[in-house]
Design a protein around this ligand. Structure first.
Ligand SMILES: Nc1nc2c(c(=O)[nH]1)N[C@H]1C(S)=C(S)[C@@H](COP(=O)(O)O)O[C@H]1N2
Ligand SMILES: [Mo]
Length: 374
């Protein structure tokens, strides 16, 4: 795909990404560039809701405030975070809540992600729960509210570009991290450096970048991204195209199960006579585990189970591979279908349409040809 040269400021070193928007800056990763076990920073998607904050020169002097329903409000420098709490490194999936949106019909509102609004990196930091225990949660503590340093898309600091939050139980999970390093490197500015949250398994919007403040609240947080139709799904299935404004909805928590084929790339060609093709991919399932991945090349008439590499830790993705026999030269569509530990599999067709296009986990399709070069 040809990319526009302009509008890629902030995406230096990320030449392979597809630009979905320049203001705010949004770029996804073509599925075949997600073939690494750990997604390199150069291939990690970018999603902003506002403009970038000012560049930070003194990273260790960056401060995080924890206040609200706590016994002892904290104001910690990054240097203090690093020295006062046990350090953790986990490889975990970060996925935009709108990943897969472009497959809804009719089109839903928002960035037209294919399946590439996702990456799986090694995140290093401290558990948010350890910091909240130090602050001492009051009985009234119910929810977090996350605040970053970025201005909104008009450049104003009066309102957060996005400010979401989670129930206290999710905040206290050991894997919910305050992160300063990614793949062993200082957390890049574009990914929220010096300090970001990573709330694994739930929509990426909870993983606040350029994190300045965690406000502990006695009620559900109501910042931008928490109200209206934002990051919510209708409780009862909607007819595609409905406005969905006056129906009962719920906040999205765990993301749905998904798999992607990371090799071969869509449009690949094999020499005539090729009878076995090697297929590789990744699968993940929000808070749950991937129970199995199956692959078909005949539209779902027959399925072959893939071999899975166990995840390194909770919230890591599952890498999988399978060799498939092709009966003859010709055109094939590869579909991979993951099933989670609760028995939920991916649909063949985008299901559960909603106006903002969340939760589309339709199977990824990769078409290949076998035969003489055209
Ligand atoms: N401060 C801040 N944090 C943010 C956002 C933002 O716009 N501002 N976008 C969120 C969204 S919607 C996603 S999907 C992830 C993307 O993280 P990445 O850009 O590092 O891939 O960051 C989240 N954190
Ligand atoms: Mo997102």
């Amino acid at each position: 795909m040809q990319h526009k040269r302009e509008g890629r400021k902030g995406l230096e070193g990320k030449g392979g990404l597809s630009l979905l928007g320049d203001v705010p800056l949004v770029a996804e990763t073509p599925e075949e560039l997600l073939n690494d076990e750990t997604t390199p920073i150069a291939r990690f998607f970018v999603r902003n809701n506002g403009l970038l904050p000012e560049l930070v020169t003194d990273a260790d002097g960056w401060t995080l405030t924890v206040d609200g329903e706590v016994e002892r409000p904290l104001n910690l420098s990054l240097a203090e975070l690093k020295s006062r709490f046990p350090q953790k490194t986990f490889r975990m999936v970060l996925e935009c809540g709108g990943n897969g949106r472009s497959f809804f019909e009719p089109k839903a509102e928002g960035n037209p992600w294919t399946h590439g609004g996702v990456g799986c990196a090694e995140w290093t930091g401290v558990s948010l729960g350890d910091v909240l225990r130090e602050a001492g949660l009051k009985e009234s503590a119910l929810f977090t509210g996350h605040f970053g340093a970025d201005p909104d898309k008009h450049g104003s600091h009066e309102q957060q570009a996005m400010s979401r939050g989670v129930p206290i139980a999710k905040a206290m999970e050991g894997h919910t991290l305050l992160v300063w390093a990614m793949n062993g490197e200082t957390l890049p500015f574009i990914h929220g450096g010096p300090l970001r949250l990573v709330v694994p398994g739930w929509p990426g919007s909870l993983s606040q970048k350029w994190l300045k403040r965690i406000w502990i609240r006695d009620r559900e947080h109501d910042g931008p991204g928490m109200t209206g139709l934002s990051y919510r799904l209708p409780v009862r299935p909607l007819a595609p195209g409905a406005d969905g404004k006056d129906v009962e909805n719920r906040i999205i928590e765990s993301m749905p199960v998904r798999s992607i084929v990371t090799a071969p790339a869509d449009g690949s060609h094999y020499p005539a006579g090729t009878r076995i093709i090697a297929i590789r991919g990744a699968a993940w399932a929000g808070d749950d585990e991937v129970a199995r991945v199956e692959v078909t090349v005949d539209g779902g008439a027959t399925w072959t189970e893939a071999t899975m590499t166990p995840p390194r830790n909770r919230y890591d993705w599952t890498r999988w591979q399978v060799s498939l026999a092709l009966p003859e030269d010709g055109f094939y569509e590869i579909f991979a279908r993951a099933t989670d530990s609760k028995g939920r599999a991916q649909p063949f067709r985008a299901a559960n349409w909603n106006p903002n296009g969340y939760g589309c986990n339709v199977m990824h399709r990769v078409a290949v040809t076998v035969g003489p070069e055209a």
